[in-house]
Design a protein around this ligand. Structure first.
Ligand code: AKG
Length: 283
C-alpha cells in the first residue's frame, strides 16, 4: 500500500494513510513523511497498534530523543524516553503528576536551553467524549502580523518558565520544577532551522518580556497569544485509541483542553525529539 496524505485543516496538519509503524519504513517513505511534517506542522497516524519500543524506534528517525531529565516526575519509570500524560493516580493513591499536563498554550520544552524539535503523542486510553488537543500554526501567526508589529517584536526575548497555569494538586512538583528549570529567555521570533521560515515563539508559559516589567509585558504577550490562537489558525484533534500525533514544536503551539468527565481515564505517552540550542539563562 502506498503512502497518502490528507489535510486535517486549512491551517495545518495532515493525516498519513497507508503506513504501519510496526514495520520498518524505507528511506523513501520516511522522506515523504518528513517532507510533509515540515510542510504541515502536524502529522496524524491512525490505528497504530504499536509497542512502546516501536513508538521509541519510530520517534528516533526524527532525531535524538529527550530522556526527560527536566520533567523527572512525569517520565515512565522503565522508559525514560517516554513522558506520561495520564490521569491514572500514582501507586500510593496520590493524583497523577501529569494530570494537568499541557493545559495552556505552549511549545514543548521552551523552558529549557534545548527546546524540542517535535513530539510524538500516542493515545492509549481515551475518554468516550472529549479530551481533545488544539494545535496552532505559528508561521501563520507571524506572517499575518503588521510590518510595524513584526519590527517591534523582532529583537525581543520572552521569559519562559515550566510553571503551569492550571493549579497543580501537588505544589511539591511546582517547587521541584522551578529548581530544576530556572526561567529561560527565548527569542519571540524564531527562524525554523530546517525551513528557514520565521515563526512566533510565545505562549502561556511566558511570564514577562526581557527588559520590561510584568505590567508592561502582559498586554503584548496576551495580544500575541490571542492572535496566534485565532480559530482559523487552529486544528482541533479528537483523539482515538492508537492515534499517534506528531507535531513540530518549532512552528506550532498546542493546548490540552481537559474537556472530559472527571471519572474518565485518559492516558497518553509521548516521546520528545531534541531540537537545536536556543535561549539563555537570565542570571
Ligand atoms: O494531553 C494532551 O492533549 C497534550 C499534552 C501536551 O500538551 C504535551 O504533551 O505537551
Amino acid at each position: 500500500m502506498s503512502l497518502s496524505f490528507r489535510p486535517l485543516s486549512h491551517a495545518l496538519g495532515a493525516e498519513v494513510q497507508g503506513v504501519d509503524l510496526a514495520q520498518p519504513l524505507s528511506n523513501s517513505e520516511f522522506d515523504q513523511i518528513h517532507r510533509t511534517f515540515l510542510e504541515r506542522g502536524i502529522l496524524l497516524f491512525r490505528d497504530q497498534k504499536i509497542t512502546r519500543e516501536q513508538h521509541i524506534a519510530f520517534s528516533r528517525r526524527f532525531g535524538e530523543l529527550d530522556r526527560h531529565d527536566n520533567l523527572p516526575r512525569d517520565r515512565h519509570p522503565d522508559y525514560p524516553e517516554l513522558l506520561l500524560v495520564t490521569n491514572i493516580p500514582e501507586e500510593d493513591g496520590k493524583p497523577s503528576a501529569s494530570k494537568y499536563t499541557g493545559q495552556q498554550w505552549h511549545s514543548d520544552m521552551s523552558f529549557t536551553l534545548v527546546p524540542s524539535l517535535g513530539s510524538l503523542l500516542r493515545g492509549i486510553i481515551i475518554p468516550p467524549v472529549g479530551g481533545d488537543t488544539m494545535f496552532t500554526n505559528m508561521y501563520r501567526a507571524y506572517d499575518t502580523l503588521s510590518d510595524g508589529m513584526k519590527a517591534m517584536i523582532e529583537p525581543l526575548h520572552a521569559i519562559h518558565t515550566g510553571r503551569r497555569k492550571v493549579l497543580d494538586t501537588s505544589s511539591e512538583r511546582e517547587k521541584e520544577q522551578s529548581k530544576i528549570n530556572p526561567p529561560i529567555a527565548q527569542p519571540v521570533v524564531r527562524v525554523h532551522p530546517e525551513t528557514g521560515r520565521k515563526a512566533l515563539y510565545i505562549g502561556d508559559k511566558v511570564s514577562c518580556l526581557v527588559g520590561m516589567t510584568e505590567e508592561e509585558s502582559k498586554p503584548l504577550i496576551d495580544y500575541l497569544v490571542k492572535h496566534a490562537t485565532r480559530p482559523q489558525f487552529v486544528y482541533r484533534h479528537q483523539w482515538r485509541r492508537d492515534d499517534i500525533v506528531l507535531w513540530d514544536n518549532r512552528c506550532t503551539m498546542h493546548i490540552a483542553l481537559g474537556d472530559y468527565e472527571e471519572g474518565e481515564t485518559r492516558h497518553l505517552e509521548r516521546t520528545t525529539v531534541k531540537g537545536t540550542p536556543s535561549g539563555y539563562y537570565l542570571q
